[in-house]
Design a protein. Structure first.
Lengths: 167, 167
DNA sequence: CTGATTGCAAATGCTTTGCACGCCA
DNA sequence: TGGCGTGCAAAGCATTTGCAATCAG
């Protein structure tokens, strides 16, 4: 279920810009916020297609841009050369991402110390921080122990999203 | 002048991979490490062209990949949708980037506290950090005071690199 | 009605590749 | 001499855009 807060925020954004509420936009927004998964435009397209919806890619891209502008979605860089969208910034406005170097699995985390520290450093340099993005690439315990990540195998079986690696 | 450390590291990398030392590679490496500027592949191509060298883009891309593999160059994401290369990780292996939201000017900085903190947080989550990349988008003092960044004007006059913004 | 919205296909922009030729070890 | 290296043009991707038809307010 899409959180009501999303619906409200999106609707008021649409209204404030003099845009229109349409079936396409609604179905895209609902589809995205039914889960908290990250996705690339292409993944979203595939998932929606499998679910029977067939938005055109153009509309998808246009709607993603709107959602970013409305601050409901953030573009993040997972280091794989693709644009990934993250729907979880409403709940956790300043979380960061940890990416497994083996399987590419993404772990979100929040840490107040980090946020404060980034702010302090910026101020010391004479800047007022607007936005910070931190990505830590790391090896999980099992990867270190076994030489490969169990998520890698598991994800392959389940056909999940994986390769946060460049070709 | 290219630092001798670069020459050495590149040569030994080339040798260790059974590759060959060529005029093209040498001129590209020398050109890059004569300054400490960041650059995109296209900027590098233009700069080298203006300097009379005419590497093909293909060779440029292939050599950039080698330099990254040799750890002489890092790909960084300045948030403008382009891949930027940073030649300064040899001197300062764990520096970060602060990007002005107005003019896009990039300020490099190092901070031990940040590095330690990132490491602690990763370990607490069960990961061993391999690589971290932090970008802080921020407003400089003058931007806040005058509503626009003096660098913006200055850079336009000098025809320098600027728009660290998406179209 | 009128202008925003959509889908399609074409256009972009950046990067990679196939291939034939040239050159280093 | 045997491959690696290079340049060119073509191919690949991800994303954007022009345009005509369609739809919301």
């Amino acid at each position: 279920m899409m959180p009501p807060a999303v619906r409200e925020k999106f609707d008021s954004f649409i209204r404030s810009k003099g845009l229109r509420q349409t079936g396409q936009r609604d179905s895209i927004v609902e589809f995205i916020f039914e889960s908290d998964d990250h996705f690339t435009p292409d993944e979203l397209f595939d998932r929606m297609s499998r679910a029977g919806m067939k938005p055109s890619r153009a509309t998808l891209y246009r709607t993603l841009a709107l959602l970013c502008e409305a601050n409901l979605l953030h573009e993040i860089d997972l280091g794989d050369g693709k644009t990934t969208y993250d729907p979880n910034f409403l709940d956790r406005p300043s979380h960061n991402h940890l990416v497994c170097v083996d399987c590419g699995k993404v772990t979100e985390f929040e840490d107040d110390h980090i946020e404060v520290l980034h702010k302090c450093v910026s101020l010391r340099l004479g800047f007022r921080p607007v936005k910070q993005s931190l990505r830590i690439e790391a090896a999980c315990e099992q990867l270190r122990a076994k030489g490969h990540c169990p998520n890698l195998i598991q994800a392959r079986i389940e056909g999940k999203r994986l390769p946060n690696r460049k070709k």
